[in-house]
Design a protein around this ligand. Structure first.
Ligand code: PLP
Length: 594
């Protein structure tokens, strides 16, 4: 956005411990804390002037205001301060610098004073530490909702501090809150910041004394929601009981939003109680819960998915009822990546080669890369291209030798699957392929085999047992194959520890083959697929997420597509999927050929 000169702020939490550091010990993942602030971080600066009081817990009270209006207040709260740290995000060779503002939790003064006055020094420091826990650690699971209380507190902390910031800035220049949607757009990145909706309502109602209808129309016109996954275990649902104790006023507002919404449904679909049950913000199966995706949809004027296929699945399956009610709210915004980081910065050799042929306008206008087609058959360009790839592979091979103590040949095909470890992404499928390939080579060692180095990298959520077993399996496969002298020059399997952006910047430029093999219908978009393609790797993949749009762009003949499409996967699931039958019917899967 900075490169496009679009004024924007990014908001988040300044976690003391971000994503864990992964080590591979005896073939398995072990997690270590990554204290990234240990030596201070030079690009951030603290903004003592941007400090906001955030309320928690307490209770609601009712009163009648001067105009005879019934009003609510949130009282007897336990408060925490949110302190801003800013990181400048500069545009590419322009004069635009946007701000990434991250909130850090600080104890309030009175938090300590109460205890000090009772002469309880240790108690005072203890309670100070507890309140600062909110920004202590990132929950590292992806595609899995975390039901813990601290996570709900973190989400509200982000929403409340950010809205204070947005409204302070707005009110410096404007005095009519009706103009908020003309000046501010709040884009919810998944449901994690959905509490912005009831929090904005609370501020407009309780602090600015607006009427409900006016507050609701301002809120809906300001907020929009991007969905990132359709996996049921990732959809956030907070127990009503938890929300009642941490955010009692917000729960009250959510109930009123839901009451009005269910009334609207009753008018539109008289007697359709099943539809009302499906669409309600409150889930009534077992423990009563607040369904955050429903709240996000009802409180937004725009809802988007992140690839063409994913947006269709939202409309036709996951949010079908909402699409029937409000078809005009739904759209697609296919994810993207920036060529500044994923080509210009991370692959200097290829960048220089490209710029020597077509100039450097591609750095801010990616469509310019089409002009490379003129050189596709140019022998000297082809040679330079291969030399660049070879040099990048040597750099990755050096990393592998140093860290894995495995020697891999830069002349072998680098076949890469790097992404968070998850069953839906099917690292297991690639692992089984590695075994199959090994067995085929063993059965026919004199055959014609293109030498291959299979590279895996990715973190498993610490509590995700199956994902950790998959890491162990891959390590075990590598152990056998890399130590078998008969296949030495033909096959290697390595697992690179601690996949993060820095390691990714080393891998993508060195890749020949990009593995994008998720079960069709499960990967909302994928962005690793785009980074590999940008660095000249060929893609092998399923008709899933943005792979489909990559195929449409590069041509069906320039991508390796296999497997079922999303519809076929759905049909198989409905008719009953029995994987053991596939195992029994496939002799290569069933038994070693050795
Ligand atoms: C791009 C990227 C991802 C996302 O990869 P997918 O293949 O789309 O899941 C994850 N982690 C890192 C470090 C990345 O650079």
């Amino acid at each position: 956005m900075a490169t496009m000169k679009l004024p924007a702020f990014g908001y988040g939490i300044r976690y003391e411990y971000g994503m864990f550091y992964q080590r591979i010990v005896d073939g398995g993942q072990s997690e270590m804390t990554d204290s990234w602030l240990r030596y201070t971080y030079p690009w951030e600066y603290v903004r003592q002037d941007h400090l906001h009081r955030i309320q928690f817990d307490g209770r609601t009270t009712e009163y009648v205001d001067e105009k005879g209006q019934q009003r609510f207040a949130w009282v007897d709260t336990r408060d925490v301060m949110a302190l801003a740290y800013d990181i400048p995000i500069s545009g590419y060779e322009n004069e635009t610098v946007n701000t990434l503002r991250l909130w850090s939790a600080k104890a309030t003064r009175e938090f300590e004073l109460g205890f000090f006055n009772q002469g309880n020094y240790i108690g005072a420091v203890e309670s100070k530490m507890k309140s600062e826990n909110i920004s202590k650690v990132l929950y590292p699971a992806d595609h899995k909702a975390e039901g813990r209380e601290l996570r709900l507190r973190q989400e509200y902390f982000l929403c409340a501090a950010t809205l204070r910031d947005i409204l302070n800035r707005f009110l410096k220049k404007h005095n009519n809150l009706k103009e908020l949607p003309d000046k501010v757009a709040i884009q919810l990145n998944d449901t994690h910041p959905t509490l912005v909706i009831p929090e904005l309502m609370r501020i407009l109602l309780d602090e600015h004394r607006l009427g409900w209808d006016e507050a609701w129309s301002i809120t809906r016109a300001t907020v929009a929601y991007t969905n990132h996954t359709i996996m049921s275990e990732a959809l956030e649902k907070w127990p009503v009981s938890m929300m009642a104790s941490i955010l009692p006023r917000h729960l009250q507002i959510i109930y009123k939003i839901n009451f009005d919404f269910l009334n609207e449904l009753a008018t539109r679909y008289p007697g359709d109680h099943d539809r009302a049950r499906r669409m309600s913000i409150i889930g009534e199966e077992g423990e009563r819960t607040v369904r955050m995706a429903h709240l996000a949809i009802i409180g937004s004027h725009s809802i988007n998915g992140v690839s063409a296929l994913h947006s269709e699945i939202l409309k036709n399956e996951l949010f079908r009822d909402f699409f029937e009610l409000w078809p005009e709210k739904f759209s697609n915004k296919t994810n993207g990546i920036t060529q500044r980081r994923w080509l210009r910065h991370s692959n200097n050799l290829l960048s220089e080669l490209i710029s020597s042929k077509i100039g450097s306008d591609w750095v801010t206008d990616l469509d310019q890369l089409r002009r490379l087609r003129d050189f596709a058959k140019d022998k000297s360009f082809q040679k330079d291209w291969i030399d660049v790839k070879r040099a990048n592979k040597e750099a990755l091979a050096a990393h592998i030798l140093k860290n894995n103590k495995v020697e891999v040949s830069p002349d072998s095909m680098f076949d890469c699957q790097t992404k968070r470890i998850h069953e839906y992404k099917r690292q297991l499928l690639a692992a089984i392929h590695a075994i199959t390939r090994y067995q085929r080579i063993k059965a026919n060692p004199k055959g014609v085999w293109a030498p291959r180095t299979i590279i895996f990298s990715g973190k498993a959520a610490p509590s995700y047992f199956s994902a950790k077993r998959i890491i162990r399996l891959i390590s075990g496969i590598g152990e056998v194959i890399n130590n078998d002298s008969e296949v030495q020059s033909l096959l290697k399997v390595v697992f690179l520890a601690n996949y993060n952006v820095s390691l990714a910047e080393l891998i993508f430029p060195a890749s020949d083959l990009s593995e994008q093999i998720s079960t069709a219908g499960t990967e909302a978009s994928g962005t690793g697929n785009m980074k590999y393609a940008l660095n000249g790797a060929l893609t092998i993949g399923t008709l899933d997420g943005a792979n489909i749009e990559i195929m449409e762009e590069v041509g069906r003949e320039n991508i390796f597509i296999f497997g079922m499409n999303a519809q076929e996967v759905g049909n198989l699931k409905r008719s009953g999927y029995r994987p053991y039958e596939f195992y029994q019917q496939n002799s290569e899967l069933r038994g070693p050929l050795i």
